[in-house]
Design a protein. Structure first.
Lengths: 308, 372
């Protein structure tokens, strides 16, 4: 019974981590689905989101004259962080990718650029803000601990899982049911015929980046609330894992990213459950390698046809 | 005689460096930088075979260097020095100078086998997916070494060998091998090995690229399907290119480990792979001579950034342009290096020489040296 309880506790944690992976993987998959571009800087945009959340939250908490309660600070922090982070993402697109796209550069150059942007963001952060770790104010919401048959569930975990589900439903709705979503799907279908149909390509792409980065920003806030110590390299591993999740699910597909995130989290938690916690990365990357080797399109993806 | 001029100049230069270090004419730091240059030449040119000549995108090159570094170090420590695992050295330490090339080759072989980790998936996947596979391979290799203790326990049922490798904290003891070599004859062994290793690597790559297989590699780079139709065995070509590339990277790893006398898996991470990428794309994809020049220039640049950043920091503080609490630290190097590659991709993605050799840019140069 004890072992079973421990197992269920692990499952709850897996749901929480799966939500983080899903939130980031959704950003990867959105950009890939539209542009066929793997935005490797996305993990670092998540990191930037967490830092922005830190600065916004501490700024509001410092304004004692405004009479803000902690829950109001949280309500202000979440949308502000999402907006600011999406601005970072759009800026990245503007500075780094647009020129390459216009010139029709080979995708490898774009991948290298993305990797380098990630490194610049990480190390630039380290160089500017210093090596001291930032502590996110962890009293924004009052911690409540529910106990279901010996399994402890905090309200924060529920919030995280809830947020991931909401974001997934929203993004799925946007992509499949709205006009701009239709435009996004059209971009991935044929980038050259699109302007002929009167669809503003750049605006659609900017919207995609804003959407993806905003999601990563939300992930950053929630992550910072759950694990309040921030450091410049926090986005690297989680970004990679989210990418693995997106690939497992079939990159380019919103459902795939969501399912893949939870799947990866469960695999990892099982690895920990069996006592090989330091081998988590090994297993995650081995899964990635295996999937890319055997079935590069993932669970939901469809293989692109190549003409000779 | 004229056509051997540059060859003779090169030999004299190498002899000069070796003699200078023998008679302590050069600063220890400058010597280390020079050796690092040689290692970077091996590291960059071997990646150039895959990234430049074959136009595949491997960005986990440091992983193979890591394999080489560990295999070479463990072998040399086990064979030639008293260690914790076997106690006495397995072979007489006086054999060290003789067998060091054998160790390098063994490490290269093992690295080449690890190259299969990338070579086999490359049959089915290309482009950015292959790039991800290489990064995953890099992470997997580092993770295996960092968890050597646990993995040894799972596989062999005993963790003693894993503890000996001591994955997470780094492995040392190679200085004793170097000392053993010095006991046989007191000459600058490591300098000689680096020079020989770099020459060997460039020679192998030059012969490979100009051979029929090299033409096959070019064909695969241009159009894989067309190459297949023209009876190029694309799988074999890819296998050869990836395995040679990772094997040579392994040699650079062995030399690296023996120069510093200490290896740690974490120093062969994605950042080290990025360094190799910068060198390849700086020099020009597929240009062996460009790659060598870029490796030299890059090493000098990285070392020059240390005093450069300190100089900048002091002067900015002196002029009052920086707030007191802020120092320009060496972390900025890791901003500047990716930034170079970033700007290169934006403005000149084909690199400085851009797929041309130095002899294409200066045709007269051909009369001055012979390379066969």
């Amino acid at each position: 019974m004890d072992l079973f309880q421990e197992f269920l506790q692990h499952c709850v944690n897996a749901l929480q981590w799966g939500s983080f992976y899903a939130l980031i993987a959704l950003g990867y998959t959105l950009v890939y689905g539209v542009l066929r571009l793997i935005n490797f800087a996305h993990g670092d945009i998540f990191m930037v989101g967490a830092y922005i959340a830190y600065f916004v939250a501490t700024f509001f908490l410092a304004q004692s004259g405004w009479g803000l309660t902690h829950i109001m600070v949280l309500i202000l922090t979440v949308p502000l962080t999402m907006i600011l982070t999406s601005m970072v993402g759009v800026g990245l697109e503007r500075v780094a990718y647009r020129r390459l796209r216009r010139r029709g550069a080979h995708r490898l150059y774009v991948v290298i650029t993305a990797l380098m942007c990630g490194l610049i963001l990480e190390n630039g952060n380290l160089a500017l803000l210093g090596a001291s770790r930032k502590k996110f104010p962890d009293d924004l919401i009052e911690k409540v601990n529910w106990d279901f048959f010996g399994i402890s569930v905090t309200n924060l975990k529920v919030l995280v899982i809830f947020a991931a589900v909401i974001v997934f439903v929203l993004l799925h709705f946007i992509v499949t049911r709205t006009r701009i979503g239709m435009a996004m799907r059209a971009v991935s279908w044929d980038k050259f015929a699109l302007p002929l149909m009167g669809i503003p390509l750049d605006r659609v792409i900017v919207f995609t980046f804003a959407l993806g980065s905003g999601t990563a920003g939300l992930g950053g806030v929630l992550f910072a609330m759950s694990y309040p110590v921030l450091e410049p390299y926090m986005g690297v591993m989680i970004g990679w894992k989210a990418f693995i999740a997106a690939v497992v699910g079939g990159i380019g597909d919103i459902r795939g990213a969501f399912v893949g995130g939870f799947l990866l989290a469960f695999v990892e938690v099982m690895v920990v459950f069996f006592g090989w916690s330091t081998l988590r990365e090994f297993f995650a990357f081995s899964i990635l390698l295996g999937i890319l080797w055997v079935r590069p399109t993932g669970l939901f993806g469809t293989a692109p046809t190549t003409k000779i | 005689m004229k056509k051997y001029t540059l060859n003779i100049v090169f030999v004299l230069l190498c002899a000069g460096v070796v003699l200078a270090s023998q008679y302590k004419l050069l600063d220890r730091y400058i010597l280390t930088v020079l050796m690092l240059m040689g290692i970077n030449i091996i590291f960059a040119t071997s990646l150039n075979l895959v990234n430049g000549n074959m136009r595949e995108f491997s960005c986990g090159h440091a992983g193979f260097a890591c394999v080489g570094a560990y295999v070479g170090s463990v072998l040399s420590v086990l064979l030639f020095t008293a260690n914790k695992y076997t106690g006495q050295p397995l072979l007489s330490p006086s054999l060290a100078p003789l067998l060091f090339p054998v160790i390098m080759l063994a490490a290269a072989l093992v690295s080449a086998v690890f190259g299969l980790l990338v070579a086999l998936p490359s049959f089915k996947t290309r482009d950015d997916y292959l790039a991800i596979i290489t990064i995953a391979a890099n992470f997997i290799i580092i993770s295996i070494i960092e968890n050597s203790e646990q993995i040894a326990e799972q596989i062999f049922g005993a963790k003693s060998f894993g503890t000996f490798i001591n994955g997470s904290r780094g492995f040392s003891g190679m200085k004793r091998t170097v000392n053993a070599m010095n006991d046989v004859a007191h000459i600058p062994w490591m300098e000689i090995w680096v020079i020989l290793g770099a020459c060997f690597c460039v020679f192998v790559l030059y012969r490979l690229v100009t051979s029929t297989y090299g033409k096959g590699i070019d064909a695969v780079a241009q159009d894989e399907i067309a190459a297949e139709i023209m009876s190029v065995d694309t799988k074999r070509t890819k296998l050869i290119a990836f395995m040679v590339s990772s094997g040579l990277a392994g040699i650079s790893g062995v030399l690296y480990a023996h120069i510093y006398g200490y290896v740690n898996a974490s120093s062969f991470g994605i950042l080290r792979s990025t360094e190799a990428l910068v060198m390849v794309y700086l020099g020009g994809m597929g240009s062996l001579s460009g790659c060598i020049m870029a490796a030299i220039a890059f090493t000098v640049l990285v070392e020059a950034l240390r005093p450069g950043l300190r100089f900048l920091n002091d002067n900015m503080h002196y002029l009052g342009m920086l707030p007191d609490g802020y120092e320009i630290s060496e972390v900025w190097r890791w901003v500047i290096i990716p930034l170079i590659l970033f700007l290169l991709m934006q403005f000149r993605p084909e690199g400085l020489l851009g797929n041309r050799e130095l002899t294409h840019v200066f045709p007269k140069l051909k009369n001055w040296f012979t390379l066969r």
